[in-house]
Design a protein. Structure first.
Length: 410
């Protein structure tokens, strides 16, 4: 199925839900790898001519990485590209076996064998990426035992640091020494994560921490990412670290707090409170919508384009204007200070990433299990008070004020 416009994508359910990108640095191991080589390859019915023409070791490696993600993220739509340009652009950050022609061939074989559900079309809420998506069907999952489906691992040669330009494309850094320092630092944090156990019902615990910058100078963004950030809040809180239940400690209203502190003001309690949103949305969904819109107002350099994009996603220009106008009224000091529509979001992310890095480094030396989620942390419940204190100290050290820290669940 090929989807050519947003309206059709909405009708068949491709919008507004976000998919998760395929993780090509996640691979099968042990019995799962053997089962894929014997069971799936025969199911895909390679002809003798294909076997002679194809680079079969690379074919099997790419297939294994694809299936490792499909089997461990059951019922989750995984997005990928069918455009050669995307693979050429990101070649430095992909395993050698992953190229466009091979990926498309393997996905189509899995689809034709009735093992995956597949759609071509828009995947993002803004409709700005003509991507494709797929997910495992029961026919694929049934070929393996539940234990085998989780027999996967992160590839130790996965990139530790990714550098993008302001358009989101990979670029070469102008600060190679700073990049080397960042790679060493992320490597140490990742190795520390490999020493504690992560249990989750959602997918296997792969310690694949990486850092992403959004400028060649390494002075923007710089947040840390891992597979756990793709889980829902409930799924994250179901994680066990070293066998212990967890809480998530969060810097409340972080970016508004940073901006108001810069102006010597206190952040409003209702930073993300927008009334008269659709009744079918829960209070959490309403808050998330307002928070996401606020972030876009900081990231974007065009008020007109932001209003248009939000209106298209919500299928209501009036609702988009209501949300944005209400946020502008709530945050009139930021309006007067010229903080919106200036593209400062990546600068704010750099600040909260530095705070997060300080907290993570402290936890590493204290040998406390921790998973970062941008500006919050999943931690064992027994360490809550100790980590909360360190979050206060790190935040104050970088930003000069003490934060408000929330605990999830309350």
């Amino acid at each position: 199925m090929v989807v050519r416009d947003r309206q059709q994508a909405q009708v068949i359910g491709l919008l507004p839900k976000q998919t998760r990108p395929l993780d090509w640095w996640h691979r099968p191991k042990g019995e799962l790898e053997e089962a894929i080589a014997s069971t799936i390859v025969s199911a895909l019915a390679y002809t003798s001519v294909e076997r002679r023409q194809l680079d079969m070791p690379a074919e099997l490696d790419c297939l294994g990485r694809l299936l490792a993600d499909l089997l461990s993220a059951r019922n989750v739509w995984l997005s990928y590209s069918r455009r050669h340009a995307a693979y050429r652009l990101w070649s430095d950050y992909l395993p050698q076996s992953v190229d466009c022609r091979r990926v498309v061939r393997l996905v189509d074989k899995l689809r034709d064998a009735g093992l995956v559900e597949h759609c071509q079309g828009y995947r993002t809420t803004s409709g700005d990426g003509f991507q494709s998506k797929l997910r495992a069907l029961p026919s694929l999952i049934s070929l393996f035992t539940p234990k085998l489906c989780l027999d996967t691992e992160g590839d130790p040669s996965a990139p530790l640091v990714i550098v993008k330009d302001e358009n989101g494309n990979p670029c070469t850094t102008t600060n190679p020494n700073d990049l080397a320092t960042a790679v060493e630092k992320v490597g140490k944090l990742r190795e520390r994560m490999r020493t504690f156990t992560i249990e989750t019902p959602a997918q296997p615990g792969r310690q694949e921490l990486r850092q992403i910058f959004s400028s060649a100078e390494l002075d923007k963004h710089g947040r840390y990412y891992g597979w756990w950030q793709n889980l829902t809040e409930d799924e994250r809180l179901a994680i066990k670290l070293d066998g212990e239940d967890v809480v998530e400690l969060d810097f409340a209203q972080n970016h508004p707090s940073i901006l108001y502190n810069q102006l010597g003001l206190s952040v409003p309690d209702n930073a993300y409170s927008v009334p008269k949103l659709p009744d079918h949305m829960t209070s959490d969904e309403q808050r998330d919508l307002a928070k996401e819109t606020f972030g876009r107002m900081l990231n974007s350099k065009s008020e007109t384009k932001t209003r248009q994009a939000v209106g298209q996603e919500l299928h209501s220009k009036s609702l988009a204007h209501h949300i944005i106008d209400t946020l502008l009224q709530i945050h009139w000091p930021l309006v007067e200070a010229g903080k919106f529509w200036k593209g400062i979001g990546n600068d704010l992310m750099r600040k909260d990433a530095q705070v997060a890095e300080e907290v993570m480094t402290w936890a590493m030396w204290k040998r406390i299990p921790m998973l970062p989620v941008h500006d919050s942390f999943i931690v064992p419940r027994s360490y809550e008070a100790e980590i909360r204190q360190q979050m206060n100290l790190s935040y104050h050290a970088y930003l000069g004020v003490f934060p408000v820290i929330r605990t999830k669940p309350n």
